[in-house]
Design a protein around this ligand. Sequence first.
Ligand SMILES: NC(=O)c1ccc[n+]([C@@H]2O[C@H](COP(=O)([O-])OP(=O)(O)OC[C@H]3O[C@@H](n4cnc5c(N)ncnc54)[C@H](OP(=O)(O)O)[C@@H]3O)[C@@H](O)[C@H]2O)c1
Length: 299
Amino acid sequence: MLKILILGGSGLLGKKLVEKASDSFEVISTFNNHKIEHSKSRTIRIKLPDEIFNLKSLIFNEKPNLIINTIANTNIDYCEQHKTETYLLHVEMNKQIFKLCEDIASKFIFISSDYVFDGKKGDYMEYDKTSPVNYYGETKAIAESIILQNPTNTVLRSSLIYDWDPQVRFLNYVVDKLRKNENIQAYDDFLTAPIFLEDLVGSIIKAVKKDASGIYNLAGPSCVTRMDFALAIARKFNFDKNLIEPVSVKSLDLIAERPRNSSLNKTKAEKDLDIKFRSIEEGINEVYKKYKIENPTKH
Ligand SMILES: NC(=O)c1ccc[n+]([C@@H]2O[C@H](COP(=O)([O-])OP(=O)(O)OC[C@H]3O[C@@H](n4cnc5c(N)ncnc54)[C@H](OP(=O)(O)O)[C@@H]3O)[C@@H](O)[C@H]2O)c1
């Protein structure tokens, strides 16, 4: 049975990936601040970069066939203001993990982001040149090039992830406010192709099973603004859509620049990995089902 080490098994993506991957593979995972017990796999606390030696020992002792790195600091503005720390986590650590993978002949799957692009054109293909506009994207792009020094490795670029989960901040904010009939603001001038978490996890597992290599874009088929996203939630949940006020990203005074249209073209992944990504409407239908199970009596 394939042995997989999932780095960052406690994050939004990592916890779901550990759960699903454990059905088919032997899985070991790491966490930093949030320990999550998984019934079918082991998890170990490793804080990077401080505990890189513990990670080295783990890798040499366990010799996994495959390492999937989901670890990142996803706070784009924090990354912009803490460049040394971000470089260490996103670039230096991936460099070290890459070398360790080479030493034990293990495959490396790196989870990257649509933020490696500048957002000037949208609908980005795998072969489009990266051109990040913020430091988070810049470090992700550098890490991609390190990992791909070995062509059997894999870079999976994710777009904005959503599901019914407390870690999905925007969706929780929209549902929480609209449910209480409170006004919200959503920007209407930046586009992305959000991916339903279960589709992301499903496509990563397919990539493992099919031994995919090189770059794959993992994204939904709908290219939307936050405003469109909030409206789709309001429609499905039967909330008052007039409570949603469109605003420009510029008015939010964000620290890091955001790509205007970071949507990824997912044709290659759908064809090679044999997966169909859900549209926003289909994904929000699933979100609504989960919400109703948790809140059977609420609006
Ligand atoms: N979320 C999105 O919309 C999105 C979009 C595009 C790409 N991505 C990419 O997808 C991947 C997963 O994102 P996510 O949303 O699941 O992230 P997340 O929820 O923030 O999870 C990050 C994971 O990394 C771990 N981690 C963070 N700093 C660490 C450190 N210094 N040392 C060791 N572990 C550390 C966290 O551990 P603890 O929680 O235990 O502290 C957690 O397991 C990332 O590579 C991200 O760049 C995400």
